[in-house]
Design a protein around this ligand. Structure first.
Ligand code: HEM
Length: 487
């Protein structure tokens, strides 16, 4: 229910003046998250922007975020889908579906079945294998600078795609698909991150003035081709004519679910394709970028690295390798992940929400259908909430006061409420297991000509490090057998 005052008509939120027709569009800065934080310091926790024909609302205090994501959760459960985003998934996926029966059915399949702890447990061997391969690669290249961000992206991409269709493609075919996916995904995410006139002036959308729709069409077509091919191969396997490694994967599971067809809202092939896309696009870049930021922060804070390695040595030992079963015994490591996601929430403005009806937030009028940016990045660095907010200090999370549940509106890196991240369980496993393995297996040094790593951020659909994380791994184990690719 929307909260409406019966007395005075609520005022429009304050915000910077714009130009006729285009409004504030020409003044948007490329680092949107820090620009919005600056506006909030001037205009307050609810700011209005005129973005062409569209109204943008920036929300950036715990109490106003709570009004949006908790008190009026249902009203704000819609998305304002970008034109190019809809082209990629046809609107059949979770991320861009409007709040309704289709979204509910997809989310249920995803959270309760595909990404449940039970299913994720069954897939541990896949995550382990890919992580061991990465460790071996780093060992072989020890002592020399490696692009750790790129390595982590490839590792997570392999983990995610193996979980999606690992037993569908076997051998070299899998590696080729990985390389092709990396290419098309970087093209798609780059275009998704660019402001598009078609979103701000829907009447102009058919003209595609910046050519973004045309540009994204090619990689989207390729991505669809890859996924169609996976589905074809899986269908052939069902008929008994394909190879299989014997492991269960999401695609296999979704095809079974489609055939069972026991829901009022049936799962179609279009849904399956769109769900796979959500997992690849939504799951890979977010997780690998978090790993990258976390390692970069730890390397810049040698005392944190020392404490993390001490904890790992005590729990895992130095003549053993990290397993996922160790993770719950590593509270300092969890505090490191939380602190990294506080300083660098990889979706700093979440995914834009949109109210289904006019309502009020912070006492201001919020029009139906506007684009709401929830500035998690600004809340996570608010000095009235966090002591020395720009300092990387995992200790602040050791008392367990904040978690990933989204119940506290001072800390919500995965969002909160109905539309919060559907992949938290998987993200937590992949990120913690990777950073535990990287810190346990290696010491990390910056390149000789540098004292510290530059942690400047670059805004995009996913917040990234501006400069690639190039660092030097130094093996910690005396027994070289612990670095062999698969133990
Ligand atoms: C560290 C890694 C990750 C972070 C920080 C993260 C964060 C987020 C955030 C902030 C949202 C938007 C919440 C909102 O708009 O209110 C989101 C949505 C979503 N995430 Fe994640 N995510 C991560 C990894 C993953 C993974 C691994 C998957 C799946 C494999 C995933 C699947 C999704 C989906 C499907 C949505 C859309 C939910 C909906 O609209 O109902 N995410 N995520």
């Amino acid at each position: 229910m929307c909260i409406r005052s019966k007395k005075a008509k609520p005022r429009s939120p304050p915000g910077p003046r714009g130009l006729p027709l285009v409004g504030n569009l020409p003044f948007l800065e490329s680092e949107l998250h820090s620009y919005f934080a600056k506006l909030s310091r001037t205009y307050g926790p609810v700011v209005k922007l005129q973005l062409g024909n569209k109204i943008g609302i920036v929300v950036s205090s715990p109490s106003t975020v709570r009004e949006v994501l908790k008190d009026q959760d249902i009203t704000f459960a819609n998305r304002d889908a970008p034109v190019v985003g809809l082209l990629a998934t046809g609107g059949h996926d979770i991320v861009w579906s409007p709040y309704g029966p289709q979204w509910r059915m997809l989310r249920k399949v995803c959270v309760l079945k595909m990404l449940s702890n039970a299913t994720l447990d069954k897939m541990y061997s896949l995550r382990r294998r890919e992580t061991r391969k990465a460790v071996y690669y780093l060992y072989v290249n020890a002592g020399a600078p490696v692009n750790l961000g790129e390595q982590m992206f490839l590792t997570i991409l392999n983990v995610v795609t193996k979980m999606l269709w690992g037993s569908t493609v076997v051998g070299d075919a899998g590696a080729n698909v990985g390389a092709e996916l990396k290419q098309v995904m970087s093209e798609i995410t780059e275009i998704l991150g660019l402001p598009n006139i078609s979103d701000f002036f829907p009447v102009l959308a058919p003209l595609d003035l910046q050519g973004l729709y045309k540009r994204i069409s090619k990689p989207v077509e390729k991505l669809n081709g890859i996924i169609d091919n996976m589905i074809d191969q899986r269908l052939k396997m069902v008929k008994g004519s394909g190879e299989s490694s014997g492991e269960v994967d999401f695609l296999q599971f979704l095809m079974q679910l489609k055939d069972e067809n026991d829901s009022k809202t049936p799962l179609t092939l279009d849904h399956i394709k769109a769900l796979l896309l959500d997992m690849v696009i939504g799951g890979t870049d977010t997780s690998s970028t978090s790993i990258e930021f976390t390692l970069a922060e730890v390397i810049n804070n040698p005392e944190v690295m020392r404490k993390a390695q001490k904890e790992l040595d005590e729990v895992v030992g130095k003549d053993n390798i990290v397993e996922e079963s160790h993770i719950h015994k590593l509270p300092y490591l969890l505090a490191i992940m939380k602190e990294s996601l506080r300083l660098h929430p990889v979706l700093p403005l979440l995914v834009p929400h949109s109210p289904a009806e006019a309502c009020t937030v912070g006492g201001y009028a919020i029009p139906k259908g506007c684009r709401v940016f929830i500035n998690a990045w600004a809340v996570h660095r608010d000095p009235s909430i966090w002591e020395n907010p720009s300092e990387f200090n995992p200790d602040r999370f050791l008392d367990g006061q904040w978690d990933f549940s989204g119940n506290d509106f001072s800390y919500f890196p995965f969002g909160s409420g109905r539309r919060m991240c559907a992949g938290i369980a998987m993200a937590e496993r992949m990120v913690l297991y990777s950073i535990a393995t990287l810190l346990h297996s290696f010491d990390w040094k910056v390149q000789e000509d540098k004292n510290k790593l530059d942690l400047s951020e670059k805004f995009g659909i996913v917040l990234k490090l501006k400069n690639p994380l190039v660092v030097v791994p130094i093996p910690r184990f005396t027994n070289p057998a612990l670095y062999q690719s698969e133990l």
